[in-house]
Design a protein around this ligand. Structure first.
Ligand SMILES: O=C(O)C(=O)C[C@@H](O)[C@H](O)CO
Ligand SMILES: [Mg+2]
Length: 394
């Protein structure tokens, strides 16, 4: 017999408003409001395409306003399938940020951190890594020293400057010498991933991997571009170095091909690009079935990082988490500049601890965000060109 107020069948909560705030350095925050005063935050953004991502978020709004935010799975399917066209960085990043906000609302409505809604913790802390060097990797030794003193022992850097499709041995030697210098300086007291950022392609990848073998990087990222993912399996035959990729893949429908073909030892979906927590959970589970490790991509802000960590804390195969504190893209703006609870972003000896507050666990400084959004930069990545004038991969 349903009698007392606690048993009253509640009218479903309703989404009332979506607001977007583009802010420095190149991020965008989404606030989803409801008729019960519970707000959820997300971070939908394609770096360098925030205006088109913002438009996509607001194109989804008519499907969401008036709907029950607790029905995350249905709203996700409506956004993914309802508009006929699907996939790609813009639509999937818009869905990602909305998905994050819906999980934030659900956790706050039920009074628990999101990872509790996803089955609870599989680990007590999560290993994180820091970027060192810049677009053209320099001063990496200095940066590693500085961060190593702060307790980090795992790093990532760009693997090279611009590289032509078939570049010369001097540039290969320069790239390798920089890595050799790191191992020389730190031995096995640190580990590092090398991100080629898609700057090399198949003609150079085997050579670079061969030359890197003796220095045993933790992984090599994007040795070829995601649109040539068919090469990962071939390259993996030529190297013992774990190959990683995924930041430019946007749903399980893209990742399934690399799982089937093999070659990637680590996948790096970005919960702010690949459909959010909901979709990245499915990608993580697929990866686990193929014994592929998970290392979510996150060169972004605090909500994106929180979404990654909730994913990490429920995924057995999560091994490393990228975070953007001090990354060269931030130009002096840091993720914690936009939150009122920096003390909850605990980094101890290169690990982060689970958030404890309900929802994603991030208390956004809305007043500062609104003010900062009045000065939103139109960030875009540099356009590089080779010696011969042709476009170079950045
Ligand atoms: O963090 C990484 O692994 C990157 O490759 C950075 C890249 O995603 C830039 O954010 C694009 O603007
Ligand atoms: Mg990368």
């Amino acid at each position: 017999m349903l009698t007392g107020p606690s048993h009253r069948i509640r009218c479903p909560m309703k989404i009332t408003k979506l607001s977007t705030f583009r802010v420095a350095p190149r991020w965008m925050f989404l606030k989803v409001e409801t008729d019960e005063g519970i707000d959820g935050w997300g971070e939908p953004v394609v770096e360098g395409k925030s205006l088109s991502t913002e438009a996509a978020v607001h194109e989804f709004a008519p499907y969401l306003v008036g709907q029950d935010p607790m029905r995350i799975n249905d709203l996700w399917q409506v956004m993914y399938r309802g508009g006929f066209y699907r996939g790609g960085p813009t639509l999937m990043s818009a869905i990602a940020g909305i998905d994050q906000a819906l999980w934030d609302i659900k956790g706050k409505a039920l009074g628990v951190p999101v990872y509790q809604l996803l089955g609870g913790l599989v680990r007590d802390k999560m290993k994180v890594y820091s970027w060192v060097g810049g677009d053209r990797p320099s001063d990496v030794i200095r940066d590693i020293k500085r961060l190593h003193e702060r307790g980090f022992d795992t790093f990532k850097m760009n693997g090279s400057v611009e590289m032509g499709p078939l570049d010369n041995s001097a540039k290969v030697d320069a790239a390798i010498a920089r890595i050799a210098e790191i191992r020389e300086a730190f031995g096995n007291t640190i580990e590092f991933g090398i991100d080629f950022h898609g700057r090399i392609g198949l003609p150079m990848a085997k050579t670079m991997l061969r030359e890197l073998e003796p220095h045993r990087p933790l992984f090599v990222e994007e040795p070829v571009l995601a649109e040539q993912d068919e090469h990962y399996a071939r390259l993996a035959q030529h190297t013992s170095i774990p190959l990683a990729a995924g930041e430019r893949m946007y749903s399980r429908f893209e990742f399934k091909r690399v799982f089937e073909a093999g070659g990637l030892a680590i996948v790096q979906p970005d919960p702010s690009h690949a459909g959010g927590i909901s979709e990245c959970l499915k990608i993580a589970a697929m990866a686990e079935a193929y014994d592929v490790a998970l290392a979510p991509h996150c060169p972004l802000g605090p909500v994106a990082l929180a979404a990654c960590l909730h994913l990490d804390f429920v995924s057995h195969n999560a091994v490393l988490q990228e975070q953007s504190i001090g990354i060269h893209y931030n130009q002096g703006v840091e993720p914690l500049d936009y939150v009122l609870n920096p003390e909850d972003f605990v980094i101890q000896d290169g690990y982060m601890l689970p958030f404890t507050k309900p929802g994603l666990g991030v208390v956004m400084n809305e007043a500062h965000i609104r003010e900062a959004s009045l000065r939103a930069p139109d960030w875009r990545n540099p356009l590089w060109r080779h010696e011969d004038g042709s476009v170079a991969e950045w």
